[in-house]
Design a protein around this ligand. Structure first.
Ligand code: GCB
Length: 634
């Protein structure tokens, strides 16, 4: 099947490169659900019936993106169209004029989800376009609708089914879905996916980061079936004043004026309602007396359903309130100190490939909950797998969730802003039923400029438009000056005005020439009326490298442990500090870290090594958190 010239050109243009950055003012419109591009949304899709297309897929590199554009920029010739619904080997045997410079069904096989970086040594540093293909049988006697839903593919993705384009998606960490009801055929179906991992000045994140850019289909692809009319979005939560609220949106021919029921069987709740003409339903009800609020100590979840016509939407949801009062963060009305740590999306092991299974998530979060006596995790620097946020719900860890607006983003580029806004929306719409998530973060360490302030303020108001039940933050930079008794760190970021929780990354004594003995005396000037968290602090150490001298050298476990002691002593002197997420739980891959003795391509600020070995500083933090968790004896 041929797709039209126009579509092919568009697909190519979009994937091949970013538009030049225009130095123009951004005049953003407020975000509403109607402006979110994500459609269909399929909220809580991981709880729906479906066929998991994880497993063997063929793959083939396309470094010059020949499958998207010819070498003069034109529509690629047939010989390069990876998505053709054709047995190219047979076509060449049958007609000796035929020429194809690919043959996906005869290309090597990888197991998805995973990044291609770990598939073969020659792919370790490949950043660019990769084609994936597999075939799958469509379920017999299909009724209703079918969707292809991607948990995530990093970074820009084009998808074809049986040779026809389904669409594209930009962003490496959020889900997207296509309605394929009319395109599936009986018997074998062929799906072809082009994933381009190349970051550009216009992407989010931009090319320079401090983590591995794991290209590929890194989360599950599923074929999901629903009835013709189905619950596309639903949000069931506790409001700030302790009621239960539901919002649901139906799609399909029977969406309007449709009776529906919200049920929480364990609480004996059965709330009936009816959608409006557009398929929307909103209702609020007093919380049942038997409801146990979710907390890290007791992470109670309830099976929740919304029955609407032939469809039943399901989720497992916890209910709690989170708010700020003065300088306190209140969980269920009580002040809480966030005993956390930061985490990248990398499983424990020598060769992580960003495939977060339940076991991988449990192992990582278990180190935080049980090992460190923590109650909080910063999922940095991008939305992590839904497997992880569900595990946080289940295990009882409060979550900071973030979008990859990191370091130097193209603040003045309207396309970049649109991409970031879409990511914020996709992240929130995926996860706003997760009780664990308390804080949405819009950025990390972004230098203050007018263009950046405008960009981030837009994201903050988007978050508030989509979710008025959680807190908004961003990890900010501070200014350093010399005071009479030592260094003074001052937060002078105008973004602080619009955030609920202030957050700072601090590396005094690691990236600065301070002696560790002087770190506890560092003073902090931060806006007085809001809670502050240290979103990062840390020092590298190679597990097993010791220096037992009086002044241990950097990269030794002893230095890292001393760094933690000094920084925790400093933290104790900051009156508005309400939590911390030191950098970081586990050593993680970072190509910028090339000290051959200590780093070997890994950022070594983990409290555990890549294989899970605990370093000395782990014990320092665990002892500190244990003391914070246990109220002092009266
Ligand atoms: C930071 C960044 C984090 C880095 C870390 C480091 O401030 O937010 O992404 O990995 O420092 O190790 O330098």
């Amino acid at each position: 099947m041929q797709m039209t010239r126009k579509i092919r050109y568009l697909v190519a243009a979009v994937l091949v490169g970013a538009a030049p950055v225009a130095a123009q003012e951004v005049a953003p419109q407020p975000l509403t659900l109607a402006t979110v591009k994500t459609s269909p949304l399929l909220a809580s899709a991981d709880m729906r019936d479906g066929v998991d297309l994880s497993g063997p897929w063929h793959y083939s590199i396309d470094p010059f993106r020949s499958g998207l554009a010819g070498f003069h920029g034109e529509v690629p010739g047939l010989s390069q169209q990876r998505y053709l619904d054709l047995d190219v080997g047979k076509a060449m045997r049958d007609d000796n004029r035929a020429l194809f410079e690919f043959d996906l069904p005869h290309s090597p096989v990888t197991t998805l989800p995973s990044s291609w970086l770990t598939e073969a040594p020659e792919l370790r540093h490949y950043q660019g376009l990769m084609w994936y293909q597999r075939s799958f049988p469509a379920p017999a006697q299909r009724k209703g609708r079918s969707f292809l839903r991607f948990g995530a593919a990093n970074y820009a993705t084009v998808v074809y089914l049986n040779g026809k384009p389904l669409g594209r998606h930009e962003g490496g960490f959020t889900p997207f879905a296509f309605d394929v009801t009319g395109l599936l055929r009986d018997g074998d179906n062929q799906i072809t996916v082009g994933v381009d991992s190349q970051a550009t000045a216009a992407t989010v994140p931009p090319p320079v980061t401090d983590w591995e850019n794991y290209g590929g289909i890194t989360r599950a692809v599923r074929l999901i079936s629903t009835p013709d009319t189905y619950v596309d979005d639903a949000w069931v939560r506790m409001t700030r004043d302790g009621k239960l609220a539901v919002e649901a949106h139906l799609r399909g021919p029977q969406a309007g004026d449709q009776p529906l029921h919200l049920r929480i069987a364990k609480l004996g709740l059965d709330l009936a309602g009816r959608t409006d003409a557009k398929g929307n339903w909103r209702a609020t009800v007093a919380a049942p007396r038997a409801l146990i609020r979710w907390s890290p100590e007791r992470p109670q979840l309830y099976d929740v359903t919304i029955a609407a016509g032939a469809d039943t939407w399901r989720d497992r949801i916890g209910f709690r309130t989170i708010e700020v009062r003065g300088t306190d963060i209140l969980l269920n009305g009580k002040p809480i100190f966030l005993r956390g740590i930061s985490l990248h999306e990398e499983e424990i092991g020598t060769e992580p490939t960003r495939a977060i299974t339940q076991a991988a998530a449990r192992a990582l979060l278990g180190e935080i909950k049980d090992g460190l006596h923590g109650n909080y995790v910063r999922l940095s620097h991008y939305p992590h797998s839904e497997v992880m946020t569900r595990m946080a719900d289940e295990m009882g860890l409060i979550v900071w969730s973030e979008v990859p607006v990191y370091w130097l983003v193209a603040w003045s580029n309207p396309d970049t802003l649109a991409t970031a806004r879409n990511m914020v929306a996709e992240n929130i719409l995926r996860d706003r039923n997760r009780a664990s998530i308390a804080i949405w973060s819009v950025a990390n360490e972004t230098p203050v400029t007018d263009a950046r302030n405008t960009f981030l303020r837009t994201l903050v108001s988007d978050v508030r438009a989509l979710d008025d039940t959680r807190l908004v933050s961003a990890a900010l930079l501070v200014e350093r000056s010399q005071g009479p008794t030592g260094p003074v760190m001052t937060m002078a970021d105008p973004l602080a005005d619009v955030l609920d929780v202030l957050a700072i990354n601090t590396y005094n004594g690691w990236y600065t020439p301070d002696r560790l003995a002087d770190v506890p005396g560092i003073s902090w000037r931060v806006p007085a009326g809001k809670p502050l968290v240290f979103s990062e602090f840390g020092a590298d150490a190679r597990a097993g490298f010791h220096d037992i001298g009086a002044a241990p050298q950097k990269f030794s476990e002893e230095f890292q442990a001393d760094f933690y002691r000094a920084t925790l002593a400093m933290a104790d002197r900051v009156p508005t500090l309400r939590g911390m997420s030191p950098w970081i739980l586990k050593d993680f891959r970072s190509p910028r870290r090339q000290n051959p003795d200590f780093q070997q391509g890994w950022n070594r600020k983990g409290l555990i090594s890549e294989t899970g070995e605990r370093k000395q500083a782990f014990g320092v933090l665990a002892t500190y958190y244990d003391a914070k968790a246990t109220p002092p004896a009266k």
